[in-house]
Design a protein around this ligand. Structure first.
Ligand SMILES: N[C@@H](CCC(=O)N[C@@H](CS)C(=O)NCC(=O)O)C(=O)O
Length: 219
């Protein structure tokens, strides 16, 4: 059993989709970590001293390795433990899984930012912005009409990497989304949002800077 002081630390922000997917992967890996919740307007000096770029999530391992990209945190966590085989270790699915994640991290994410912006500032091009996102959403709907999860009938890294961004997409124009022609996507997303895992990952904790008390977080 690890001594608590020897555990990796994660600097996190509850509602950030990047930090969310990092916490999901950590939950799935069953690797215990010490969670430090923050707000972007008040970043701990301890985090900035190891990761000056100032984005969350950041993981600091007991040996001092700094992991400051959410996707790398996910891979690190699942390398520590992957009881559900989210990496599809004995399969040749990994390349297509990584390609799908890359498309969402780069192209879809850009379209989603434009869509959120169009909604926030009531811009006249919201429908075009939404349609730009839908090019990618259609692809997910097609995959989810073939199997329960994105890559197969079981969950993979792709599901948990993409999930927080689809959650954001679904929240931009709620009424439109609820009636949009993506029933399989809605079932997939709802299953996650209603899961025990998601409640745990989204639990609200006091900010670490309030008293510098770490929260033990594990799946
Ligand atoms: N590529 C980074 C992006 C992380 C990111 O942009 N996180 C946002 C919060 S959702 C952030 O920390 N922004 C810093 C700031 O706005 O000061 C990753 O995948 O970890």
């Amino acid at each position: 059993m690890n001594k608590i002081m020897d555990l990796p630390v994660i600097y996190s922000l509850r509602n950030c989709p990047f930090a969310m997917r990092a916490r999901i992967a950590i939950y799935k890996s069953k690797q215990p970590v010490l969670l430090r919740d923050l707000v972007l307007s008040d970043k701990p000096a301890e985090m900035l001293s190891v990761s000056p770029k100032g984005t969350v999530p950041v993981v600091v391992t007991p040996t001092g390795t700094i992991i400051e990209e959410s996707f790398e945190v996910m891979l690190w966590a699942l390398t520590q433990g992957d009881p559900d085989d989210l990496l599809f270790a004995d399969d040749d699915t990994l390349d297509s899984m990584l390609a799908l994640i890359y498309t969402f991290d780069s192209e879809f994410k850009r379209c989603l930012e434009n869509y959120k912006c169009a909604k926030r500032y009531s811009e006249s091009n919201i429908v075009e912005c939404r349609q730009a996102c839908e090019k990618y959403i259609v692809k997910l709907e097609e995959l989810l009409s073939q199997h329960r999860f994105l890559m197969a009938d079981r969950e993979s890294l792709a599901d948990i990497a993409i999930l927080p961004f689809i959650r954001q997409f679904a929240r931009v124009e709620r009424q439109w989304y609820l009636h949009a022609p993506y029933p399989h996507l809605r079932i997939w997303l709802n299953r996650y949002l209603q899961s025990k895992m998601f409640s745990k990952v989204m639990t609200k904790h006091p900010l670490w800077l309030e008293n510098r008390e770490d929260i033990l977080f594990c799946g």
